[in-house]
Each structure stands twice: as C-alpha cells, then as structure tokens.
Design a binder for this molecule. Sequence first.
Ligand code: PEP
Ligand code: CO
Length: 464
Amino acid sequence: MSTFERSLQPVCLAEGWSPASWRGRPALQMPQYPDTAALERALAELRRLPPLVTSWEIFALKRQIAEAQEGRRFLLQGGDCAENFGDCESGTISNRLKVLLQMSLVLIHGLRLPVVRVGRFAGQYAKPRSADMETRGDISLPSYRGDVVNGPEFTAAARVPDPRRMLTAHARSAMTMNFVRALTDGGFADLHHPEYWSLNWVGCSPLAEDYQRMVGSIGDAVRFMETLAGVEMHNLNRIDFYTSHEALLLPYEEALTRQVPRQWGWFNLSTHYPWIGMRTAALDGAHVEYFRGIRNPVAIKVGPSVQPDQLLRLIDVLNPDDEPGRLTFIHRMGAAQIASRLPPLLDAVRRDGRRVLWVCDAMHGNTESTSNGYKTRRFANILSELEQSFDLHAAAGTRLGGVHLELTGEDVTECTGGARELTEHDLERAYRSTVDPRLNYEQSLEIALAIVRKQGLRQALVHG
Ligand code: PEP
Ligand code: CO
C-alpha cells in the first residue's frame, strides 16, 4: 500500500472536534448579523442544499498535491481577489479559465511537469479587512467584507451583513462550478484545439509569438504521438480543474461540512482546497480549529511576522500524522522582505522533516497605494518575489512547488508594469477590482513564461 493509500485508512477523528467546535474559539473577521433569526433560517436552508464538490474529487486533488510535494507536479492557483455576484457570467468565467489553461500549458511545456490546476473561484466571496470601518469624508460605515456578507456600495443599507447572501453565494458558486466543469469536460480543454482558449487580444500582444510557437510545438508533439500510436489520444480532450477559496466565513463553511457514505470523518464540500488567510491563522483561533477536523487538503497563508516555532506548531495541529498532500504553506512576504523572512521558516520545516507543499503568493506582500488613490502592485515586485522564492528554496534544500496569483482574463489595468509597461496613469482606464489589484491576461501569461525561464533553466542545469 502506498503512503497515500495508507493515509486513506481510518484514523481517530481529531479529538474534541466537531464542525461547530470553532465556535468556542476567538473568531476574527466575522460579521455581526443584526437579525439572528434570519441568520439561523439561512443556515438551516444552506445545510439542506447539495454540496458543491465530492469527496472523490477531494482525494484526487490530495493525491496531486502529494505528488507536487515530491516535485512531480507544479501547482498553479489563480483567480480573482474577490469574486462578486455580478461577475458570475459566461464571458468572465470562460476568459479566466482560458488564461489559467494557457498558463498551465506554458508551465507543463517549460517545466516538463504536470500541473495541478486550482481556481481561486466558485466561492471566493468573503474578504478579511484590516479595518472594521471605512470612512469617506465625514461618513463612517462598516467595511465591505465580500459579496457573501454585504454589498460594496458605500451606503448604510448595502453594508449591513445579510445572511441570505450566503444562499446567493452558494448558488453562484454552483453555477460557476457547473460551467467550468462542463467546459473542462466537454472539449473546450482539448489539446488538439488550443485555439479555443485564445483571447481576443492575443494576436496583438508582445507575448503572442512566444506563446504561439509553444502551442505549435505541442501540436506537433501530439500529432507525433498519435501517428506513433496509430490512434487519436482521446484523454487529451479533458482536464482536471479544482476550486479553492479562503474559508473565512465559518458559519457558511460549517453548513457545508458534511459526512459522506463509506468514508470516515468530515469534509468541507463547499470547495476542494480551502485556505486560511494571514489575518486568521492564529494557532488558538477559530479558523485553525475548524480546519483541524476536515479531511480536505488545506492551505495556510504565511506572512512576514510568522516565526519558525509557530509554523511547526501549526503543522502539529493541522497535520499531526504527516499525511501526504494534506498541508500547503502559501508564503506571501513581499519582494523586500522575503530574503530575510523565508529562510528561517524553510530551515525549521526541513530540519523537522515535515511534509508540506510550499507555494509562493507573489501578490499580497506587494500591495501599495498610488498618489491618485489606487491600490496597485508593481509587476517587477511580483516577479522579483517569485524569482527570489525559487532561489531561496534551492539554497535551503526545499522546493517551491507552486504559485498563487490574483488574476483575471479581462483586459484590466490594475497592476503596473509588465510587457506593456502600464503606468499609474493607466490605472484609471480599466480598474475594476473591488478589493485587490489583479494581473491582467498578458501580465499573467508573462509570469508563467518567467517561471519557465527561471525554473526550466535550473532543471536543464540539474538534469542536463
Ligand atoms: C487574499 O488572498 O486575498 C488575502 C487577503 O490574502 P492574505 O490573507 O495573504 O493577506
Ligand atoms: Co487579495
């Protein structure tokens, strides 16, 4: 029996845990619902609704993450900072999927590794905020906490937490999921036709040539293999795609935490791969308590203030049996801090011999505000954090196994720099995010090409 299969055998349930045991711990970032009866009604309805994912899919993803931990796969996790209900429409969903598919193709081709594809969508509706209140002029209102909680409009009515939004979030997640499943199962992801994923402006992008050359060579390889085998390779026409979101709003997550026939324990069936954000990662906090008892693969964001000892205690709580595929650390230090903050953490985990997947979120440590009031990120800083990550892992004897990015398939101008050298003045043109700035289509593809440049070169040196 493989280590992974052994990990599927029943073990003791996490002691003292239940889907509601988080309620006994300090729960940060939770909205205060004014109408508790309405909250109970919404949660009762949510508990009866069907789940969004299955335990089979969760195990399949866990197996892929276990392979990534061993260096046999690379993880690509990306999507909006905050989805909103209005963006649940076919163009936005398929464009985002196209970018992720194109990026994964670049990575597979350049790294010579299969990619674990994970969307930051179909449930990314709750946002942690640094301040409880937002002030404009002389008016202060509760902060916007994501569409699952309240509305972004700056009015008193929109900012009241409304529990029925949880039902809308569930429904929109299901619709998003349904469309993505249909696309990835039904030929849209067919490697014989990568042109299905082309976005309108790919033709006039400075990156188009590199990308088209790579697509051409993949096409040649596919045709060569088919000629050799004498049959068409049908398994090239569908792909696996998984979902993830920050499991911030615990009443919602609890209502979708279920048991399933013929499996022991509990699963969060609102998403395959939930993560804990930096602001709610306290060892004795409600989020860590909730995550301790679910069987999904889980991730936790690791910011610059985390100490090595804290990280080891988190492993003790979240993965006491050192189960393959179970735990991912997503570090997000910022380009300026990563070189000093990351190495002690890598050393501690490596010395302890613990199994984790290391992923770099190159976005959240690099957020800044412009003089004209936009929240932005510089492409050069994002790239620098990513490139430093690869080098720091190599120096520490650990492996960077994936990237976590905020991106969109739309032609937005939210991050500065990149191939088109967007400036602060360009931000006004197409800034649409309600929370954090995202990479646009070209900038995303450029990141994928840069990873390949950096890492493909290293692999060529190692294996060459
Ligand atoms: C996010 O992923 O949108 C986020 C808020 O990240 P972090 O918890 O790392 O700040
Ligand atoms: Co964000």
